[in-house]
Design a protein around this ligand. Structure first.
Ligand SMILES: Nc1nc2c(ncn2[C@@H]2O[C@H](COP(=O)(O)OP(=O)(O)OP(=O)(O)O)[C@@H](O)[C@H]2O)c(=O)[nH]1
Ligand SMILES: [Mg+2]
Length: 440
């Protein structure tokens, strides 16, 4: 997958090998090579520009891991930024809280909608769900036949949508919904018509389907081989009917990578699966991080980098534990912990180690609530450096100022200060210290 891009990126990294320090000079040639590699891979121009700018800033920033060579550091940054362009964290397909979960597939002609319907049905059945397949194509009778055949091959039920019924699309869809519920199917996969180009008639048709069925996921199926065309039409579908997910197909072919590396940034919609072959098991859950590593190749160097990262995390944790022992825990530490948590994507890992009682109760309760952590961070950001180091100085008027600065109510500032003080006093009892060592 993306062999050419991988090759070019690896070549770009060679420009930094053996350099003692990353400077503007040696970075600029590496960056030029990265830019060319991306443009050649048909990545959206604006995405390339942003990517390049971010790498430049981060590469020249001295705070990168000191145990890595300059080339390794840049490789790490490129890998991270690739992952960020691909969507950063895994976003699994959502099931409805009350069945049936309706997945509606849309996209241009030949993008792989019908095939992907079959793949998703197989995937859902493998998860113990009972899927029903239906094709809602007002124009082409052959569309019904294709999906019926696929259902047969998968031994999964198919809902027959007749031409007569489709003459009244709204009532046909209402009947379909009733049938799905009555029979107890908990996943309904809705295949739709494709067109060579986005047109008003298709959009009207799709809007009716979406309106009547209210799918939990409206999935754009895009052919990765078509590069920026897939990106452009995804944007149109997103703007005109609304999308929740993207599945890119035909990544087993000689797709250059441009679609995958542009579509999330351009549309703001996450990629959830990729199609890597015509067979029904050729569907992979999309992991931005793993995909970034795959694109970059360099497996050995990447695992070395990961090890260095873990060591750094451990070192930071140890330093923090030391400060805690000396009771020097400040809001700066607290904030960097919050950032660390958000960076990890999931709070479960770290907060899971906290005792579920005492002062930690509230914090552990925040586990599910990313927004609250962001609010905490905003409040801490609004404190002065002196306040962060010595929160005891934060009196009433300072609290009001911090609330104004962060756009949060004073009550929330009070709550954060209270929790912080509780944490500090708990630390005297060295519970946190124990927790830190349990993290190792
Ligand atoms: N190699 C490869 N081929 C794929 C993949 N997904 C779909 N295809 C092929 O792409 C072709 C078109 O797939 P369909 O599923 O019929 O596409 P569609 O979007 O339903 O097409 P229309 O209904 O005509 O709009 C078929 O030959 C599929 O076998 C994939 O991930 N890899
Ligand atoms: Mg089709």
């Amino acid at each position: 997958m993306f062999d050419q891009l991988s090759g070019r990126l690896q070549k770009a990294m060679k420009y930094l090998r053996g350099e003692a320090k990353v400077t503007e000079g040696n970075m600029s040639e590496a960056l030029r090579q990265i830019r060319l590699a991306f443009l050649e891979a048909d990545v959206n121009y604006k995405v390339v520009k942003d990517f390049e700018a971010r790498i430049k800033v981060r590469a020249l920033d001295q705070t990168v891991l000191d145990s890595l060579t300059p080339a390794q550091q840049v490789i790490k940054i490129v890998r991270d930024e690739l992952a960020s362009v691909l969507g950063t964290t895994d976003k699994p397909l959502t099931f409805a809280s009350a069945p049936p979960s309706i997945f509606m597939l849309v996209g241009l002609q030949g993008s792989g909608k019908t095939t992907t319907c079959g793949k998703l049905a197989k995937w859902a059945a493998g998860k113990g769900r009972s899927p029903l397949l239906v094709s809602f194509d007002l124009k082409r009778a052959a569309a019904q036949d294709q999906l019926r055949t696929i259902s047969g091959q998968l031994h999964l039920p198919f809902y027959e949508m007749t031409a007569a019924a489709m003459a009244k699309p709204r009532s046909a869809l209402a009947d379909l919904l009733q049938y799905t519920r009555n029979r107890g199917y908990d996943v309904l996969l809705v295949d739709t018509a494709g067109r060579l180009h986005v047109d008003d008639e298709l959009m009207d048709e799709l809007r009716i389907v979406k309106d009547v069925l209210s799918p939990v996921e409206t999935i754009y199926v895009g052919d990765a081989m078509t590069g920026q065309d897939a990106v452009k039409s995804a944007k149109t579908f997103a703007d005109r009917i609304g999308l929740t997910s993207i599945i890119l197909t035909k990544l087993d072919g000689d797709a250059r990578g441009g679609a995958a590396l542009s579509i999330v940034a351009v549309t703001g919609i996450p990629i959830k699966f990729i199609g890597v072959g015509e067979k029904f098991d050729k569907l992979e859950v999309f992991h931005p991080d793993r995909m970034a590593s795959r694109i970059l190749g360099m497996g050995d160097i990447l695992s070395l980098i990961e090890k260095a990262e873990q060591e750094t995390d451990l070192k930071e944790a140890e330093a923090l534990a030391k400060r805690l022992r000396r009771q020097e825990f400040t809001f700066d530490d607290f904030r960097s912990q919050l950032r660390q948590l958000r960076k990890m994507g999931s709070l479960e890992g770290v907060l899971g180690h906290l005792p579920q009682a005492g002062p930690f109760k509230n914090l552990a309760g925040a586990r599910m609530d990313e927004a609250r952590l962001r609010h905490f961070e905003a409040i801490i950001d609004s404190m002065t450096a002196a306040e962060r180091t010595d929160p005891r100085m934060i009196n009433g008027s300072r609290r009001a100022r911090i609330a104004r600065g962060s756009g949060r109510p004073v009550s929330e500032v009070n709550q954060l200060l209270r929790q912080f003080q509780e944490m500090r006093s708990m630390m005297k009892k060295s519970i946190f210290q124990k927790m830190m060592s349990s993290l190792k």
